[in-house]
Design a protein around this ligand. Structure first.
Ligand code: FE2
Ligand code: FE2
Length: 302
């Protein structure tokens, strides 16, 4: 099976002209962050880039797309709508697209209360093994053909204050992951987990507490027990893969739409074989040096 992995597309609306009084203090703080980090500039063309990389990947072909969260910048309806539009027909294909939310998709308590992510992407959150769902639709299990399964987990939590970007899967979902993987329907399948927060950084170390996955160790251990082959994630805006000895491979999709870092990951998965991971820059950028004037993306992620 050939998997197209994209992440952190961060589609945004034009906040320059928004009426801040009606938007709320969290987003005002976020606006400052957007400006300071030149975030707005970095993701200005996100919808066009997303559509372009889907077109490019379509030429080589793929069987399934994994989109590992941070679809939006501030979790407002207009952003979710623009993501849906940029995804085109793919947005209505649960058999071809697995999606999980990122911390930016639950940016405010209001966005969670109004269930905005579910409103725009709930039709993709159907599980083939619903008896293991413990937190809303999670875990979302997809049985793909006879040889593969994808398990989507939710690590996105509303931050206590803006600027905290940490995530947590939680013991209930981890126990459910182990239980689901022991189900007879999963026997003999390559199991791939999707979660927004990267459990480990490119150097194999845990991320900072204000940014990382707080129960990364427990997730990795649960994946070991469950025989999971790989964890697909994003949140850290670099594409990389990291092999944990005796454990799952971590595949981080980085940010597919960040200016001058646009790209995606292609993964070949065959039963009984190691995954083959290919990191691709968007065609028009190949050979171009990255813009050194931009701030370090690890600092501005979330
Ligand atoms: Fe992100
Ligand atoms: Fe994130």
């Amino acid at each position: 099976m050939r998997i197209l992995h994209i992440s952190d597309v961060h589609v945004q609306v034009d906040y320059e002209h928004a009426v801040w009084a009606s938007i709320g203090w969290r987003r005002v703080v976020a606006q400052i962050e957007l400006k300071l980090a030149r975030r707005a500039r970095r993701f200005r063309e996100a919808p066009e880039t997303l559509a372009a990389l889907l077109r490019e990947a379509e030429i080589g072909g793929y069987d399934h797309v994994i989109l590992s969260g941070d679809l939006t910048a501030l979790a407002v309806d207009e952003e979710f709508e623009r993501v849906r539009k940029a995804l085109g027909a793919l947005a209505d294909r649960p058999d071809r697209l697995t999606v999980v939310p990122g911390n930016h998709d639950v940016f405010t308590p209001g966005s969670v209360r109004k269930r905005r992510f579910e409103k725009w992407f709930g039709h993709l959150l159907h599980s083939d093994l619903p008896r293991y769902q413990v937190e809303g639709p999670w875990p979302v299990v997809r049985l793909l053909g006879e040889e593969h399964a994808i398990v989507g987990l939710n690590s996105a939590r509303v931050p206590v204050v803006p600027g905290i970007a940490a995530g947590r899967v939680g013991d209930d979902q981890l126990a459910a992951l182990i239980a689901a993987c022991a189900d007879p329907a999963m026997r003999g399948r390559n199991v791939l987990v999707v979660v927004h927060h990267a459990p480990l950084r490119p150097d194999g170390r845990l991320d900072r507490r204000i940014h990382g996955l707080l129960d990364a160790d427990r997730l990795i251990e649960a994946c070991r027990i469950a025989g999971v082959q790989a964890i697909f994630c994003g949140h850290i805006h670099h594409r990389y893969d990291y092999a944990i000895e005796g454990g799952p491979l971590i595949v981080c999709g980085g940010s597919s739409t960040a200016l001058r870092r646009e790209g995606y990951v292609l993964v070949d998965s065959r039963p009984g074989q190691n995954l083959v991971v290919e990191n691709r820059s968007l065609e028009r950028l190949r050979g171009e040096p990255e813009d050194g004037a931009l701030p370090d993306p690890v600092v501005v992620t979330g």
